[in-house]
Design a binder for this molecule. Sequence first.
Ligand code: SAH
Length: 464
Amino acid sequence: MKHFPIYLAVEDRKIVVSGGGDAALAKLRLLLKTEAKLVVFAADPAAEIKEWAQESRLTLYRRALTRFDLDGAALIYAADEDPIRDAQIVALATEGGHLVNVVDNLEDSAFITPAIVDRDPVTVAIGTEGAAPVLARAIKARLEEQLPQSTGVLARLGKAFRPLAEKLPFGRARRDFWADYYFQSGPAALEKGGNTAVPPALETLLQDHLAKGEAAGRVDVVGAGPGDPDLLTMKARRLLDEADVVIHDRLVSPQIMELARREAHIINVGKTGFGPSTPQEKIHDLMIEHARAGAHVVRLKGGDPGIFGRLDEELDALTAAGIDWRVVPGITAASAAVAQIGQSLTKRGRNASARLLTGHDVKGFADHDWRALAQAGQVAAIYMGKRSARFVQGRLLMHGADAAMPVSVVENVSRSDTCVRSATLADLPDVLQGIEGPAVILLGLAPRAAAEFIEYNPQLREQV
Ligand code: SAH
């Protein structure tokens, strides 16, 4: 180890930065997070630096620094991006016994600044001694994902609680308590009631753990997005990592299920085992049963749980059973579908609202405001619309829609086997032929680029 990582006390101490360009800006953005007194020397500072000076966030001297300017400096950054100037500053700093960093110059630096994951007061510093900056960035990205933004707030609030937590026996019991606080009860309390909800939640949690150790079970109803694991929210990703039990629908892609904790109990309620589709009541029973047994249940649904997801029925059942729940939104199929064809759901001057429709509801084909939908420029995304396509076409034409109204069908949105078909209202049912995966029908939108359409339709490519 050629560099020893330490945390330096910088509150009210002077940190000097020489330079006013991009390198100085990058360092200053980081340094502004500290409580140090920042002093910048730059003859021609960037506009942002001038603004920070005006806001008294730093002191700016529009000249080169001299040895006297370094008095009392805890750290010095040579960020002029000029080797001659850098060398002068290194000489001055060394002479005065100061720690100096030359931006992007490991050799001449007495210290280096790590990559930082900031959840103040929790900070993680990552350094590779200049060997692998790409690796440092990758590690940082991974940690950013794993540490919720609330970590810092929770650490601050938890600190005051440490003496009380000593009522728990040292070792596993105390570790479990804190793990529960940082990754489950704490974030949940923060989300529901803000900072003031955290101390009472800590108190309750402590009583629970004192009583029997085990935390109560709960259910997180989580949106898994349309299929591409990269379209999961960070929160969904983390919950999948933590869950004891994952109850998922058929629409959730296998790649996403790969992300669930290896030890988790995975229950597919969309396919064989429970039959073609598990009755809703059975799903409620499963969630309740596992949560009652103390499990952290993730109820994973395709897209967004609040869009054609029977969310209310599940939440009502959980509430009636007295089980704690939370909802985590996801990217819905319509959002991902329009993104894929390069269009937007709403557009200035075209449509000020967009509709999300279902092709059929509990009573059969679903009825809608066909007259409004038939107007030129309207946009609607039809979910579960394959079987009702002819019905939809008929209703729209009957209400005066133009047969040339553009229609796009996006199958398996965001997945590697995705397919986009471009059509018009006139050929709506036909264009759906052969589509086997889940598909969104976008009324009123054509794919932005014809090339894209061709790319996803090998048959058509042959014809062109
Ligand atoms: N809650 C989901 C929708 C569930 S209803 C969401 O927000 O996306 C099921 C319908 O959603 C399917 O019939 C289909 O129309 C649409 N859908 C879901 N995932 C899809 C995908 N990856 N590609 C295309 N359509 C999808």
